[in-house]
Design a protein around this ligand. Structure first.
Ligand code: ADP
Ligand code: TMP
Length: 253
């Protein structure tokens, strides 16, 4: 049955997270996602409220999900409503962060004592168990089978989609003069199918600017609201309005 997402109505608060609020709607299969203005620097501890950040992440996430859709990658994204919400398919989440790495940086270069920026000969896909109390330990598929968190079929799909998303996203960011060092994905299931969920934004990707060598994850740490706000606006502009158009896209922005 076709659902007109413009007719959906916000019902109850379903999840109040660090960077997003999720609401149920009058349709059991769909949720509203509201982005928050909080910025949690990847390489710093203190969060900062940045006016306008929620609107930028809404635009960026929506754009990237539509981009993935054009490559037949199933995502939870259904559309935007009211200028404030992303409508998504309600999923049963697989309790992992999937991290895809193209070059050493962050926790990876610390663990393996590698130089930041060292290119990995092949991308690395890592799973971290999503449990804050345990400190998000790294796991492999066998942990997930033993814990009853997933099965072989699902893990095969998650790995296949992660590799494909990495390939298309690397190109996407290269066209915008960014090197995609690493990024995080989350997945969820509904009706026996697996979908990319949560968000893909500046907050979940480590991007290095190829025009001036800026490491974007480093420049938000400890900065004032106005500086972070300028950076988000600049990156938003470059993502949504690239000089070289996304060849497969003619998106409503
Ligand atoms: P956190 O919960 O870690 O503080 P967020 O502020 O990003 O993080 O909250 C979003 C939460 O919603 C995450 O826990 C994420 O796994 C979950 N989520 C994302 N997409 C969906 C979806 N389509 N259906 C159900 N839950 C989702
Ligand atoms: P890391 O180097 O700290 O392990 O991070 C790798 C990538 O994953 C980086 O692009 C940031 C992203 N990430 C998130 O989006 N959320 C998280 O909670 C973590 C730990 C990483």
């Amino acid at each position: 049955m076709e659902v007109n997402i413009k007719k959906l109505e916000k019902a109850q608060l379903f999840h109040d997270g660090k960077t997003k609020k999720l609401y149920t709607t009058n349709h059991p299969e769909f949720l509203f996602v509201e982005f928050k203005n909080e910025v949690f620097p990847m390489e710093g501890k203190k969060s900062t409220k940045v006016r306008g950040k929620s609107a930028i992440n809404l635009e960026v996430a929506s754009y990237i999900f539509q981009f993935l859709d054009s490559y037949h990658i199933p995502t939870h994204f259904m559309g935007k409503v009211g200028g404030k919400y992303m409508v998504v398919r309600r999923l049963e989440m697989v309790p992992i962060h999937v991290i895809i790495r193209n070059a050493a940086a962050g926790s990876f270069s610390k663990s393996f004592r590698m130089e930041d920026g060292q290119i990995l000969p092949a991308p690395i896909i890592e799973f971290y168990f999503k449990n804050a109390k345990l400190g998000y330990p790294m796991v492999n598929e066998y942990h997930l089978y033993a814990f009853g968190s997933s099965n072989q079929d699902e893990i095969r799909n998650i790995q296949r989609y992660s590799a494909k998303i990495n390939a298309v996203m690397k190109n996407f960011f290269e066209r915008r003069n960014f090197q995609l060092i690493d990024f995080k994905l989350e997945f969820g299931r509904s009706g026996g199918k697996i979908y990319v969920a949560d968000e893909i934004t500046l907050d979940t990707c480590r991007l290095w600017d190829q025009t001036d060598d800026r490491h974007l994850e480093k420049i938000t740490a400890g900065k004032k609201e106005t500086e972070i706000s300028k950076l988000y606006a600049e990156i938003r502009q470059r993502i949504l309005h690239p000089r070289t158009k996304d060849e497969k896209l003619n998106l409503v922005r």
